[in-house]
Design a protein around this ligand. Sequence first.
Ligand code: ZN
Ligand code: ZN
Length: 330
Amino acid sequence: MPDPVPPDGGVVVRVLATGLCRSDWHAWAGHDEISLPHVPGHELAGVVVATGTGVSRWSVGDRITVPFVEGCGRCAWCRSGNAQVCPEQQQPGFTHWGSFAQYVALHAADTNLVAIPEGVTVEAAASLGCRFATAYRALTGRAGLAAGEWLTVIGAGGVGLSSVMIAKALGARVVAVDRHPGALAAAAGLGADHVLTADGARDIPGLVVEVTEGGSHVSVDAAGSEQTCANAILSLRRRGRHVQVGLLPAAVGQPRLPMARVIGWELDLLGSHGMAAADYPGMLALIERGDLRPQDLIERIIGLEEASELLPAFDSASPAGMTMIDPHRR
Ligand SMILES: [Zn+2]
Ligand SMILES: [Zn+2]
């Protein structure tokens, strides 16, 4: 493929690390409208190698990461610090070619780029572009998870394990649910207070209510299916808050959800769509202090060729942590 050129207001970044994420699998499976040929990859870190016209805050040589949602930088949402819901948003690996490549073009650099602090590795920084930052914002900015509260995390992949780590740092208590023993072992290693193996038949909400003595205050569906979403909602206590992070693409069908429970128990249903660059400083401060350690969530680093083998199998894989790609590795 030809190397990209920087768009107006944007940059080209030499990719040093990029994550293999379930969202890439959704795109590969045809759940997004994508025209071929295409380059996936949306959680990245690297070095700026070219700047387009109108970029004022960034220069060649800067180490950066970027939220997977690139806001336009001009609309009311972007100006209020909510680029994560920008109506004109671009997404590398979805709306344009992404970071499973040596180079990637990024838009509206002054709005979207985030400097990587000293001491944070590029692999850890890449995870901040999607799964770790999404989990951070879901629990802090959306659900307002507080110390002492119970959190149920369904799906102990990248978002789920990040949620466990962040919730424990916030002083919350955590129940992690997954199909795979390896993922649950990783969750337990990060401090999950209880782990529950889901086999499709077990009454997960009933078990959560039992171990939390009445249900969780907050739930996160990090997997994204009708069953995991419903189980997360039904695991809540009265007036609990659910955050949906796992994707439920319309192409797969609209999920049937227990809305009678939502009404009767006054449950809050919240969506969470990444995190704008404007909200990164608080999270980065916790990472620099060592209170949050995204680098501990990385299970392995692979090359692009191996990535193209793993991507189609992602839905049925059983990773115990995040897979990162070094696109220069052979
Ligand atoms: Zn992702
Ligand atoms: Zn915008």
